[in-house]
Design a protein. Structure first.
Length: 136
C-alpha cells in the first residue's frame, strides 16, 4: 500500500529532482545533503515512518522550508516509483535493507527512466558488510 503526502509545490528551477528509496541512516544523510548542501529537490520513499531514521526523514518533510517530499510504501513498486517522479529524476538511490527489493526497484526504474543515474545498496553474501553497486 502506498501513502502519498501532498506535494508542496511543483518542481521548478531549483535544481534536478532526486529520488531516494529507503529509511536507513544513508537515506537520511542523502536527503539532508541533497537538500541542504546541494540544493536538490528530493522525494524520499519510506517503507515506514516508525523506525528511527524513517521518523527523522519524515521530520525533514514537515519542515516548511524543506523541499523534501515523502511517500510511504512497503516496497518501491512501479506505481510508487511513478508517484515519486522517477521518470523525470536525474538520479535514484535505493537503500532498502532487502537486496531483492532494491534490485527489482532498480530494474523498474531503469524501464521508467533509462537516463537516470542510480546507486543500489546490496549485501554481498561472500563478503561481510554491505557494498554499493552502480545501476547506471
Amino acid at each position: 500500500m502506498t501513502s502519498t503526502l501532498h506535494l508542496r509545490a511543483e518542481l521548478g528551477p531549483r535544481s534536478q529532482h532526486m529520488v531516494i528509496c529507503g529509511d536507513d541512516g544513508l537515506a537520511h544523510r542523502l536527503a539532508v545533503e541533497l537538500d541542504a548542501v546541494c540544493g536538490e529537490a528530493v522525494t524520499v520513499v519510506l517503507p515506514s515512518r516508525r523506525d528511527e531514521h524513517g521518523a527523522e526523514i519524515a521530520a525533514l518533510h514537515r519542515d516548511p522550508h524543506s523541499p523534501i517530499e515523502l511517500l510511504v510504501s512497503a516496497h518501491p513498486d512501479e506505481q510508487t516509483l511513478r508517484a515519486a517522479g522517477v521518470q523525470r529524476a536525474a538520479a535514484l538511490a535505493l537503500t532498502y535493507g532487502d537486496d531483492q527489493v532494491n534490485m527489482t526497484a532498480a530494474l523498474l526504474a531503469r524501464g521508467l527512466n533509462p537516463d537516470a543515474s542510480g546507486s543500489v545498496r546490496a549485501c554481498c553474501p561472500s563478503a561481510p558488510g554491505r557494498r554499493a553497486a552502480s545501476a547506471g
